[in-house]
Design a protein around this ligand. Structure first.
Ligand SMILES: Cc1ncc(COP(=O)(O)O)c(C=O)c1O
Length: 386
């Protein structure tokens, strides 16, 4: 049987068109973009063109786009860079973030707390996993350096009201960063419309290459670089640029923006059928995340009294690649922070399943999955009782 990939939120395959755009920059046009000679100039022109393309999609100036090595690095630079800069500027020592953030944000905030003396205020989620503007407003206090709330959640797909949260932050004169690593594949990432000061992207979530990301930094935002050295990326991120990857990143993002409507129209009905059928056919099942305000390719569930990791193994043996939200620690699996933050008890939170669709997902693949899942859930529950 063919393997069926239903884990597009983990990563996507590289778009062939992005790969074609990248190819010349591995060997033919190999110069260092910082070199003065024509080899360097050609490489620099490719970096400039990629930056221009990204800035068009984000609706910002090219010099507000900082290329990085991944979404995680963008999050690190955004948080650490603004926290340290704001403290140097006005003594701010507080960070506000949410209990739903990816570790790229939450572990960075924890490190800033543990080793740099910042105080982090973790925002609660509502039962749909959403961060409300009211919760943000309540958490703001004098001395807040940065607020970081993700655009869309990787585990449960919930989309946060980013524009409204940005407005609240700005009313209080506080910087706002959003992690848009999951969102960019399907949602608008117009930074003017969203009103954000910083926004993180990672290439491999929207059919670009792995190992490349970008951070939008609004002009005039105080930011201390995490990586020091040469003056690349306007002095905010040292290191010779990975030219082919930046080119691939830009082309994949351009195609994503251009084809957004068609991509959404393709996955949404498949996703809706998936959610409807699973909730109807599988006893003791719940949708996690927001029922409507969720990523269009994203279906996520919890099943009561079920070992989510065992289900993933059985699914894999049956040919389906999916994901769960529980971190498997040997012998003692724990529900993920997000499952706990949306109020799920252990007997529900351990049985999570994430199914994420993509451009190549077919109705026949969804049918095959829906035929197999109820039996595999039952089998997992039985094995868990032994
Ligand atoms: C919401 C979110 N932020 C950040 C990241 C990290 O991105 P990268 O894998 O490019 O470092 C991910 C990846 O799963 C993510 O889902």
């Amino acid at each position: 049987m063919d393997k069926i990939y239903l884990d597009f939120a983990a990563t996507t395959p590289l778009d062939r068109r992005a790969l074609d755009a990248m190819r010349p920059y591995f060997d033919e046009t190999f110069g260092n973009p910082s070199s003065v000679h024509r080899f360097g100039q050609q490489a620099e022109a490719a970096v400039d063109a990629a930056r221009e393309t990204v800035s068009t999609v984000l609706n910002c100036r090219p010099d507000e786009v900082i290329f990085t090595s991944c979404g995680s690095e963008s999050d690190n630079l955004a948080l650490r860079g603004t926290a340290l800069a704001m403290r140097a500027k006005n003594g701010a020592n507080r960070i506000v973030s949410s209990k739903a953030e990816h570790h790229a944000v939450s572990k960075t905030a924890e490190q800033l707390e543990k080793f740099y003396g910042f105080q982090v205020n973790w925002l609660e989620l509502d039962e749909n996993g959403m961060v409300t503007p009211a919760a943000v407003e309540k958490a703001l206090s004098t001395g807040t350096a940065i607020v970081s709330v993700m655009y869309a959640n990787n585990e449960i797909g919930t989309i946060n009201p980013i524009k409204e949260i940005a407005e609240v932050c700005h009313r209080h004169g506080v910087l706002f960063h959003t992690d848009a690593v999951q969102a960019a594949a399907y949602l608008f990432v117009d930074v003017q419309a969203l009103g954000v000061d910083l926004l993180s992207l990672g290439g491999h979530k929207f059919y670009g290459p792995k190992g490349v990301g970008a951070l939008y930094v609004r002009k005039g935002t105080a930011l201390i670089p995490s990586q020091t050295g040469g003056g690349q990326e306007f002095g905010l991120r040292a290191g010779t640029q990975n030219v082919p990857y930046l080119v691939g990143f830009a082309e994949a993002l351009r195609l994503t923006a251009q084809e957004r409507e068609a991509r959404v129209a393709h996955v949404r009905p498949l996703r809706d059928r998936m959610i409807g059928t699973i909730l109807e056919e599988i006893p003791d099942s719940q949708l996690t995340g927001h029922p409507e305000k969720r990523l269009p390719q994203h279906a996520s569930f919890v099943f009561k009294n079920l070992d989510g990791n065992l289900l993933l193994t059985l699914l894999d043996s049956a040919g389906f690649a999916c994901s769960s939200g529980s971190a498997c620690k040997t012998g003692n699996p724990e529900p993920s922070e997000v499952m706990s933050a949306i109020g799920l008890s252990r007997e529900w939170g351990l049985g999570s399943l994430r199914v994420t669709l993509g451009n190549s997902t077919t109705p026949a693949q969804v049918d095959a999955f829906l035929n197999a899942l109820p039996g595999l859930v039952e089998q997992t529950r039985l094995l868990g009782k032994k």
